[in-house]
Structures are given as C-alpha cells and as structure tokens.
Design a protein around this ligand. Structure first.
Ligand code: ATP
Ligand code: MG
Length: 573
C-alpha cells in the first residue's frame, strides 16, 4: 500500500476515525463506556485545528467537570501544540461566567461581579422574605415564589452578585432577548462540542440551542446508559431527541471497548440491561486487560469489608494474581508493576468511605478521597474563604494565592472556626486549585465557586483513589473495588421513602458506570451487617447483582494480610 502522510486520526480505529473526520454539521457520537468517545473528541478537535485549518479561537469544547476540561486541554496541548492555547475548553458554568463577564453591563453587573456562596444566598433571601424558613423555601424552588424570586435577584444584582443557578440561566436570558448578541457568539464559536451530553440540563440545553444553529457544527458525545444526574436536573431526553433538534445530524456509533476485560464488560452490560436506554447494544472487548473474573465478596461488617479492600490491595501490590492467592503463583494477568494510583474504591454515598479509610490507614496505604459535592459546600471552605479576604490586608508579603491560602487555613484553625479535621481537608482540597490560579485571587474565587471536589483529584498522585460513583464518571483504573453493593445503598433508599421506577433505573445505571471504570480487576463487595441510623441491621446484597452469573464471577474471600515485599515497603516510607 502506498504510504500516506501521518495524521492525527492515525491513533483511532475505523469507526472512531470516521467520527473524528466528519467535516462539519451536527454530529452525534453515541457509544458505550470505554469505546474511546473522549479520545475521539480530542483527536477530532486536534485534527480540525492542526490539519484542516479550522481557527482554534472558534472552537469551544464543553466538558462536565473542570478536571475533565483540564485533561482535554492537556491532551490537546500534546496533539496540537501550536493551536491548543487558543481553543476554549470549559464547563457550562465557566462558560456562563465568561459570557457574563463580557456582557456584565447588560446584566446589571460590574466586570468583577462575585458568585454568592450558600451563606450569602441565604442571607439575601432572608432579607427578602423576612424569615429563614421562607428563605430556604424560596431557594429550594424559585418558580413557586415568583415575587420573592424577583426581589431576591434584584438584591443580589445590587450587591454585584450572581448566584450559582444564574450562571447559565442569565446568559440564556441575555442571548434570548438580544438576537444580535446571540449571533455574535454563534459567529465566535463556530465549532462546538459537548462531552457527556446525556447529562445536560434544560438551561444548558437552551444555551447550546442559542449558540449553535440547527445546521451548525455541534458535536454531541455521550452514552444514555450513563445518565446519572437526574437529581441535579439533568435530562437524558435532550440526548434522545438530538436528531429531531438537529435533523441534519450524522450519527456515529462506536462498538469496540478498549477499557475492560471481557468478564467485566459482559457483567456490566447484564447489570444495566433491565434499565438500558440503548436496547440491543453490542460492545466488543478489544483490550489486553487479562481475563480475571469479577470477584464477589461478602464481608461480615463494613469494617471487615474495608479490611478486605486493604488486604486485597496489598496482595495485588505484591504482584500476586488474585486468583492464585493460595498457591502464591504469579501469572501474567497484569498485576505486576501496579502502583497505588492503579486502585480505586467506589461507593454510593460519601459516608461509606469511613470504613475504607480506616482500613487503608491501618495498612499504611496512602489515598485521596473525592466526591462530586460542590467545593463551596464543604465544611471549612467558607471559613477559609472569609479568612482569605483579610489576609492581604494583614500585610502578607507572599503574593501567591497558595501562600495566602495556607495562612488563611492556619488562621481558621487557630481561631477554632472549624474542626481541625475538616479544615485540614478543605485546605488540602483547595491547594491544587490555588496552584493552578497562581497570583490571581479573583480567578481562584471563581474556580472555587464553580468547582466540585473531584476537580481537585490528582491523576498523577501515587495514592489509592476513593470516589463516589458519581465522581468516577469518565475515569478508568486497572483495579476497582465497588463496596456497599447492598440493598438500600444500591438502589439507595432514603428513610421512609421508596424510590420510584425512574430512580431505580438511574441507580442501576450508576452501578453500570462504576463497574465500567475497571480495566483488569473488579471486586463487588457488601457487608452482611450494616449500621443503619444507629442500629445494626442485617442487609441483603444489592438486587442488581442478581443479573450476574457464575461464568463471569467468582466468590472471593479475604486474603490474609501480607507482608509486603521490600520494594513496596520502601515505597511506603
Ligand atoms: P466513558 O464512557 O467512560 O467516558 P469513553 O468512551 O470516553 O469512556 P475513553 O476514555 O475515550 O472512552 O477511552 C477508554 C480507554 O480506551 C482509554 O484508555 C483510551 O485511551 C483507550 N482507547 C480508546 N480508543 C482506542 C484505540 N483506538 N486504540 C487504543 N486504545 C484506545
Ligand atoms: Mg469519556
């Protein structure tokens, strides 16, 4: 065959290449987990700007979290180093902030407007309604209190503030009421792409409709079976009707999974099957991820479950194949050369992390824990922020945000404004953000208002990752433990309520998302006894696991604690 010039599409399979090479117009890429959707998007943008002469300043890529945006920026920097810095990679909320800063006078704000945190919102709402109870009712559902809502927004504007929910809504209002303005943004962003499109909400959808005309260059990427944010207003319906909204759309499906071993992939597909929004989906495992079966473990208690995780990590770090614990045989299933960062422990609710953290601490295994909660809602963060406002006035010589942050965190601790544990954690969460923002305190504040915990997750840290299922979206790990696979947690049941059919379906998809993070090893565990609201109860395992059969899974016990080989011991020092 004649040699062809190397291209940025070379690292893609034929279907991915077809998707990445589409010249223009609306494009829908719908594919399951691990099929290279994000990778295809990255190569597509790089190809457009570096090989097709598309102006990088006209490219807008929207991702679900700041962390995902940072990763995409990174990859683009490698693939298209000359153009990457001119491409806008952002989240919906950060895009909203950008539009509002540019159009601040139309919104009745200064260019330096602030974003109200929860305490500020409550204070303003209380002033408007006259009582804290009514204020909370207003903030929970503004549509039900139109008069108060209007006054509340006015009061915020007067203080040069917007609240978090406004960040997308206000730009939508601005662009809807001013067609010329909307046209100018359409002209600026001629190439728009959205990853994780299955989780857009109505306001985000409206913003997109304003930014891209029906025949425009919009690439939407997603997997309806990974729609897990309904509780925050996301609506998978927008994904499902993409081809009605953009009748000229081309649809590309990707069917090769490069992430997970065949047992893991098949198990995950069986689990999601009763709730699937993509009936008849076929996913072909391509990976060289071994063929370890899915491990099922029943522990006596949550503490024992944590110990199972810690011991198993120790064994795998020692290079043993999990299936050969007893014989001590080491086979070629890829467990050799694993480091701490290759392990993730996933769970439904943040509080389940406690037992795992205790066990990892006891075993001397380092970890980083992140949820998908908003940073500004974290205990301690508000106190640090308030303190941060005073630090420069006290004549701090260091100008970097990081130095100020450290001082602020210390001051908060000294003054006993937060319990040492929570502050400590808050400062730890904020430090990576502060490093990113350099000397720009304003930017730091904005990022902090917009961010979620997992934004500060560090993929390069030599630590085990502890993540809620929601926070694990888009990520992958060689070894995944999914703890708390019990009835009541998956599906999650709130006291005194029964989840409706849609909720149960979403919980099932959540388990699907978690299982498909695993590359080589997946362990699903549950504790036979759990403390539920103060009393110890027997709980059965998650009914979702009934979909798994013996050919894909095997029961595994708790391996005995293992003396680590010297090399691992040294790494722990
Ligand atoms: P998710 O639905 O979980 O977001 P995804 O479809 O976005 O998954 P990616 O994260 O892009 O999948 O890719 C999954 C893994 O497969 C990555 O490690 C990626 O590098 C790898 N991969 C994707 N396509 C290929 C390919 N053509 N050749 C080799 N590896 C690939
Ligand atoms: Mg992805």
């Amino acid at each position: 065959a004649a040699a062809t010039a190397p291209s940025l599409l070379d690292g893609l399979d034929p279907d991915q290449r077809a998707a990445a090479g589409v010249e223009g117009g609306p494009l829908l890429i719908v594919a399951g987990p691990g099929t290279g959707k994000t990778r295809t998007l990255t190569h597509r943008i790089a190809h457009l700007v570096a090989e097709r002469g598309v102006d990088p300043a006209r490219c807008l890529a929207i991702t679900f979290t700041r962390r995902a945006a940072a990763e995409l920026t990174d990859r683009l920097g490698t693939l298209a180093p000359r153009q990457a810095q001119d491409i806008t990679v952002t989240t919906f909320h950060a895009l909203g902030v950008r539009i509002l800063r540019e159009q601040h006078d139309r919104a009745g704000l200064t260019a330096r407007f602030g974003i109200a945190d929860a305490a500020r919102q409550l204070a303003v709402a209380t002033e408007v309604t006259g009582s804290e109870t009514e204020a909370r009712a207003l903030l929970a559902d503004r549509a039900r209190h139109p008069d108060h809502a209007e006054r509340y927004l006015k009061e915020l504007r007067q203080r040069d503030l917007v609240d978090f929910d406004d960040l997308v809504t206000l730009p939508v209002t601005l662009l809807e009421s001013d067609p010329e303005l909307a046209a100018s943004y359409r002209d600026r962003y001629r190439w728009v792409s959205v990853d994780e499109y299955q989780d857009v909400d109505e306001q985000q959808y409206r913003l997109l409709r304003l930014l891209v005309p029906p025949e425009g260059n919009l690439t939407a990427i997603g997997d309806p079976d990974q729609a897990i944010y309904r509780f925050r207003g996301a609506d998978v319906g927008f994904f499902l009707r993409f081809r009605q909204d953009y009748p000229a759309a081309r649809t590309v499906r990707l069917g090769r999974n490069y992430r997970s071993n065949p047992h893991i992939l098949d198990g995950a597909l069986r689990v999601v099957e009763p709730a699937t929004l993509v009936p008849g989906r076929q996913l072909h495992p391509m990976g060289s991820c071994g063929d370890a079966r899915v491990g099922l473990h029943e522990a006596a208690t949550e503490q024992a479950e944590g110990t199972f995780v810690a011991h198993t990590i120790e064994r795998l770090l020692g290079g043993a194949s999990f299936h050969a614990f007893d014989s001590g045989r080491v086979d070629g299933d890829g467990t050799q050369g694993l480091g701490f960062s290759d392990f993730a422990v996933l769970y439904r609710t943040d509080r389940q992390a406690r037992a795992v953290m205790d066990a990892l601490t006891q075993a001397g295994l380092p970890f980083q824990k992140r949820s998908h909660d908003r940073l500004r809602d974290r205990p301690g963060v508000e106190a640090i922020l308030a303190e941060l406002a005073f630090v420069p006035e006290r004549g701090a010589t260091a100008t970097s945000v990081r130095a100020r942050l450290r001082r602020a965190a210390e001051a908060v601790l000294e003054r006993g404004l937060a319990d040492p544990d929570a502050v400590h954690t808050a400062a730890g969460l904020l430090t990576p953000l502060a490093e990113d923002c350099g000397d720009d305190l304003e930017r730091f504040r904005t990022e902090l208002s917009l961010g979620v915990e997992v934004d500060t997750w560090d993929p390069r840290a030599d630590r085990v990752s502890l993540l809620t299922l929601h926070a694990s979206k888009g990520l992958e790990f060689p070894v995944v433990f999914l703890v708390g696979c019990s009835d009541g947690l998956l599906p999650l049941r709130w006291p005194g309520t029964e989840p409706d059919g849609e909720q149960v379906a979403e919980e099932r998809r959540l388990l699907f998302v978690g299982m498909t993070r695993a590359q080589r090893h997946l362990f699903l565990s549950h504790a036979a006894e759990r403390t539920v609201r103060g009393s110890v109860r027997r709980v059965s395992r998650s009914p979702f696991l009934d979909a798994l059969d013996g050919t894909r899974c095997e029961r595994v016990g708790d391996p005995a604690p293992r003396r680590r080989p010297r090399e691992t011991q040294l790494r722990l020092l």
